[in-house]
Design a protein around this ligand. Structure first.
Ligand code: DMJ
Length: 460
């Protein structure tokens, strides 16, 4: 009896010690994770500052820094201070008050949309209109809204087509339009910005025109529920009937769901729910190398290509918002596999044989973006680890003395003298949000536009 009691005591003791040891280990790991996360967030901030200083020194007041030659590039005949407008809310999130103040002054001193220039509606919308609206909501200065409203009014004539779908380009001064062959991404990625502009100014026209365009496009889907790559906005005829989730279609899907989340307008939920099953039936592809989205004919659903790329990598993040976490996890494994092929992701691959089809890297954010959403939804340290690897490859291969450079070729790591404004708006923002404290941006309150500008429902 005594021996049994002693044994029992002994085993209770051992379990007790085991539990304490395990708790200490978990606590220790959590603490380690926390301090490592903090250190990573600081490092992202340091890289942002490094790049911003380069912009200040070599490209102040211009659209984009050229990170190898120490020069600059403007998109059009005049600068629209693309990088500062795109980078401003990242500075606010990072708590970089001094930099935010100087940026704000630069924007108000130099930004003037009264220009006789044809601009690309989609790019100007996601970067400038999105940036200004987010700046207004986060900073509160009315001048941001005044600029946003002026820009919105100048973009409105783009919708004056027979179908209500926008032309690709509009002249900011005359309202003339050009290029009627447009695509779902450029037609369907205006709603978050135009809708917010209506809510914030009280003028419903922005919301109505952007929504009509989305609905006109949605109505052109095939019987099996897919859209094609290009469509003529004057005739409503599809020009290229290949369907996919890549560039030229990608953010159409993103905005269907996010417009529902931001405006709680059921029509967007209906369109999302009618679209995504078709995407997951005909485009989703599970092969030996992993789970991917391929290309298919929009009418028959037949596979046309087994291509995937850096732009497609946004989809796991979007699926998290749609609560399709398991699929998102599967896809993120593939995203990371693509990243690891050469230590930094190529623009496009054939996922069947993992062959690189387009070997550039444009400093794109989508892979990090999906890691951020998945970490938020699962709390799984695996996604932090992925983010860490991706961020470190950026430092290793893309960093220059004055900023960050795209890569000509992910195999040779040869750098290219270009740095798009989304590097500061998105790539470093998602990296920062992944590692920073959760309360830096409340995911239940904010919807990020496709250029990662946070928008929030401040209206009734
Ligand atoms: C950004 O301008 C936006 O994220 C857009 O939706 C896709 N392309 C770039 C980033 O890769």
């Amino acid at each position: 009896m005594a021996v049994t009691a002693d044994l029992q005591k002994d085993s209770i003791m051992k379990t007790y010690i085991g539990v304490i040891f395990l708790s200490l280990l978990i606590f220790g790991c959590e603490k380690n994770h926390k301090s490592e996360k903090e250190a990573m967030a600081e490092q992202v901030k340091a890289e942002f500052r490094h790049t911003w200083n380069g912009y200040k020194q070599y490209a102040w007041g211009e659209d984009e820094l050229l990170p190898l030659s120490g020069s600059y590039r403007n998109w059009y005949d005049t600068s629209f201070v693309m990088t500062p407008v795109d980078a401003f809310d990242t500075m606010l999130l990072m708590g970089m008050e001094e930099e935010a103040e100087e940026t704000k002054e630069l924007i108000f001193e130099s930004l003037n949309f009264d220009q006789d220039i044809f601009v690309q509606v989609f790019e100007v919308n996601i970067r400038l209109l999105g940036g200004l609206l987010s700046a207004y909501q986060m900073d509160g200065d009315e001048r941001f809204l005044t600029l946003a409203e002026d820009l919105g009014n100048r973009l409105l004539p783009a919708f004056d087509s027979p179908t209500g779908m926008p032309y690709v380009r509009v002249n900011l001064r005359t309202g003339e339009t050009e290029w009627p062959v447009n695509n779902p991404a450029e037609i369907g990625t205006l709603m978050l910005e135009f809708g917010s502009l209506s809510k914030l100014t009280g003028n419903p026209e922005f919301y109505t025109k952007a929504k009509n365009a989305v609905q006109a496009l949605f109505n052109k889907r095939s019987e099996i529920g897919l859209v094609g790559t290009t469509i003529d906005v004057e005739t409503g005829e599809w020009q290229n009937t290949e369907s996919h989730i890549s560039g030229r279609i990608d953010s159409y899907y993103e905005y269907l769901l996010k417009s529902w989340l931001l405006f709680e307008d059921k029509d967007f939920l209906t369109m999302w729910e009618a679209s995504i099953p078709a995407v997951n039936t005909y485009l989703l592809d599970r092969v030996e190398s992993g789970t991917w989205y391929g290309y298919a004919d929009m009418y028959t659903g037949e596979r046309t290509r087994t291509h995937y790329g850096a732009l497609d990598a946004f989809m796991p993040g979007l699926l998290v918002l749609a609560d399709q976490i398991e699929l998102a996890k599967e896809l993120q494994e593939s995203n990371f596999k693509m990243w690891q092929l050469t230590g930094i992701e190529p623009e496009a691959i054939d996922y069947v044989n993992m062959e690189i089809l387009s070997d550039a890297y444009f400093l794109r954010p989508e892979n990090l973006e999906s890691a951020y959403y998945l970490y938020g939804a699962t709390g799984d340290a695996k996604y932090l680890e992925m983010g860490k690897v991706m961020f470190q490859s950026l430092i290793e291969y893309c960093k220059t003395d004055i900023g960050y450079a795209e890569l000509e070729d992910v195999r040779t790591k040869e750098q290219k003298d270009a740095m798009q404004s989304f590097f500061l708006a998105e790539t470093l923002k998602y990296a920062y949000l992944l590692f920073a404290e959760e309360n830096v941006l409340d995911p239940d309150k904010y919807v990020l536009n496709t250029e990662a500008h946070p928008l929030t429902k401040t209206w009734p």
